[in-house]
Design a protein. Structure first.
Length: 432
């Protein structure tokens, strides 16, 4: 049984409402674990999603020895270890430190950097951002003010193809055609043009300026979008801060070039790309990915993995992709799994009203025919939901699900499915 009804539109505009955080940032890390129903949880920051094979092995070893054995990918290309046993924090930190995954204990939660995962591999970007990534991470870990950033503050490095545009980063640096870079704060309509060589330093200084402005305004905020300052004013303040330290920065409006989504599953020039259903990597899948990698793996913000294979044999690439697909990784760009996401749900979360991952898998065929991607949530918090147009599938306290089509910030219709088997009919009711 289901019912559909209109609901009032919900409009959102950048920095329309000031936010004040009444408590400290409790975002988990490697040194600050979060207690969940399935044990402790650690979130390991992986700047740019780049892992050496040795680091990948260290994560697998930690998951096997201390946790549930699986690796859980996040929407920022980071890794979560779940089901960790009590009092394992010191051992976990020692294991990850030895692998180079904890370059600064004081900054481990703020190393949130996403980067174009195919940069330097397929020849499509304007610049290989790996240099920017290394410089920004090193500068971030050396900055005393940056320790005060929240665990949710996000940097994005775009090689010019525009794949980072929709990720909602607080500071985005995008390569532009004149060999420079455009620095944009939050969802601002305009940014600052800086030289490519100064881009990492400019990105860090922009974040430090955000902290200064927030402190001067007495604003307890975690993200640029929460700051009670118009983007234009904040951008001008950042411009003055950059100029004061000798970084030339001029206002610049983006050229309007449309961005592109993350890499689809399959073979790209110089890389193999796979998608991880619901972001959960089994030990076998992780092992096969490590075996396929020559030197490194790149985790993507779309819960995928890119395996660089420069100069590889095309036939060998096809065989390797087939082996990865045999483990349950998605190698078909038409797979409905690319249109489905979910929070952890039961039994991992006490607040969840349902085992949303099991229900999402049972209803995979319905998701493939939906007009919009689906995101399953165990409760109204909708933890981890993506940005952009989607259908929220939210477990109801009394059973069943509420479906809500979110388009351009509006929620025009809601359908109630009393049983997961009603999903296809509910989808038709809200998207017709």
């Amino acid at each position: 049984m289901l019912a559909a009804m209109p609901t009032p539109s919900v409009h959102s505009s950048p920095q329309a409402t000031a936010v004040s955080r009444g408590r400290g940032d409790a975002c988990p890390g490697t040194l600050r674990l979060h207690m969940a129903d399935d044990g402790a949880l650690a979130r390991v920051r992986v700047p740019g999603g780049v892992l050496t094979v040795r680091q990948a092995e260290a994560l697998a070893d930690a998951a096997r020895r201390l946790g549930d054995g699986d690796l859980h990918l996040t929407s920022r290309g980071n890794v979560q270890l779940r089901g960790l046993r009590e009092q394992c924090g010191a051992e976990l930190a020692e294991m990850l430190d030895a692998a180079g995954l904890l370059p600064s204990h004081g900054h481990e939660r703020v190393r949130n950097i996403v980067a174009s995962p195919l940069s330097g591999l397929d020849g499509r970007g304007l610049r290989d951002v790996r240099g920017w990534l290394s410089e920004l991470d090193a500068a971030l870990c050396a900055s005393e003010p940056a320790r005060e950033l929240s665990g949710r503050f996000l940097f994005a490095l775009d090689d010019g193809r525009g794949d980072m545009a929709e990720l909602g980063a607080d500071v985005t640096v995008r390569a532009v055609a004149d060999h420079g870079a455009l620095l944009v704060l939050g969802a601002a309509d305009a940014g600052l043009h800086v030289s490519a060589d100064e881009a990492p330093r400019a990105a860090l200084l922009a974040a430090e300026t955000f902290l200064t402005v927030a402190r001067e305004r007495g604003a307890k905020v975690w993200r640029v979008s929460e700051l009670p300052v118009p983007y234009q004013e904040l951008t001008e303040t950042v411009r003055r801060s950059l100029n004061a330290v000798g970084i030339a920065a001029a206002p610049r409006t983006p050229d309007g070039t449309a961005g592109e989504p993350g890499p689809p599953p399959g073979i790209a020039a110089g890389a193999l790309c796979v998608h991880v259903p619901l972001g959960r990597l089994t030990p076998l899948q992780w092992q096969e990915l490590r075996h396929a990698a020559a030197e490194e793996l790149r985790l993507t913000p779309w819960r995928g993995v890119v395996v660089p294979v420069p100069g590889g044999d095309p036939e060998a690439a096809v065989d390797t992709l087939a082996r990865l697909g045999a483990t349950g990784l998605v190698t078909d760009p038409a797979s409905p799994w690319l249109r489905v996401g979910a929070c952890i749900g039961r039994p991992g979360c006490a607040k969840s009203h349902a085992d949303v991952r099991a229900d999402a898998e049972r209803n995979l065929a319905a998701a493939g025919g939906a007009r919009l991607p689906l995101y399953w949530s165990g409760c109204e918090r909708r933890c981890g939901h993506p940005r952009g147009d989607r259908i929220d599938v939210v477990a109801a306290p009394g059973g069943g699900y509420e479906l809500c089509a979110v388009t351009d910030g509006r929620r025009p219709r809601v359908a109630l499915a009393e049983d997961p088997s009603d999903l296809a009919t509910a989808l038709a009711a809200i998207t017709s």
